[in-house]
Design a protein around this ligand. Structure first.
Ligand SMILES: Nc1nc2c(ncn2[C@@H]2O[C@H](COP(=O)(O)OP(=O)(O)OP(=O)(O)O)[C@@H](O)[C@H]2O)c(=O)[nH]1
Ligand SMILES: [Mg+2]
Length: 203
């Protein structure tokens, strides 16, 4: 492990009631509340972790999914490093709305490179297997078609895959940064016309 801690902002988006706050609370405080209230606006919590030898401070922004809070949540999309698109596997409508959430995020976040922006998709409430309305294959197909996003089936209630999903978000950001670093390395040209294997002085 080496270097300074990397501060990453990840944002949880998805319909009201799919379990965004519960996922954040499970991950940061290891608690689950079966009677949680709807979020109003946004809330955030930090958690430090180590991923592949890198120290990371994950700043998790939990947003209000209900439509009436749209104007309270959208100003917080800017500066996000990764977006966790969340639905509940027992709620087909929440899955069908994923595209709208992606669109809303893209519109208000103003990301520099929309094609490469890292999304991770979470199908939450997998403990409610009997009431499932969205199959894992269907969800994976959506992820494949929309940008090869990693997909995790989670349960904030049972703590299934919650840590793995947040770690995947970190890995996606680091992967994206490494690709940018790599392209800078391979395209840096010195003033004498020779390609230089250095990161500095690119502009
Ligand atoms: N069975 C089950 N219930 C869950 C799970 N995650 C959340 N819930 C319940 O679903 C309800 C809504 O959860 P929240 O975390 O408040 O949902 P939210 O996405 O934050 O909702 P908004 O704040 O309105 O956007 C609560 O009653 C939770 O206890 C889960 O993994 N399994
Ligand atoms: Mg909430």
């Amino acid at each position: 492990m080496s270097g300074k801690s990397l501060l990453l902002k990840v944002i949880l988006l998805g319909d009201g009631g799919v379990g965004k706050s519960s996922l954040m609370n499970r991950y940061v405080t290891d608690r689950f509340d079966s009677q949680s209230f709807h979020t109003i606006g946004v809330e955030f919590l930090n958690r430090d972790l180590e991923v592949d030898g890198r120290l990371v401070t994950l700043q998790i922004w939990d947003t209000a999914g209900q439509e009436r809070f749209k104007s309270l949540r959208t100003p917080f999309y800017r500066g996000a490093d990764c977006c966790l698109l969340t639905f509940a596997v027992d709620d087909l409508q929440s899955f069908q709305n994923l595209g709208c959430w992606k669109k809303e995020f893209m519109y208000y976040s103003d990301v520099r490179d929309p094609e490469r922006f890292p999304f991770v998709v979470l199908g939450n409430k997998v403990d409610k297997e009997q009431e499932r309305e969205v199959g894992a294959d269907e969800a994976r197909a959506w992820c494949e078609e929309n940008g090869c996003y990693p997909y995790f089936e989670t349960s904030a209630k049972d703590d299934t895959n919650v840590g793995s999903a947040f770690e995947a978000a970190v890995r996606e950001v680091i992967k994206g940064e490494d690709q940018i670093d790599h392209s800078l390395l391979s395209s840096t040209i010195d003033l004498h016309g020779n390609r230089k294997a250095t990161r500095s002085g690119c502009c």
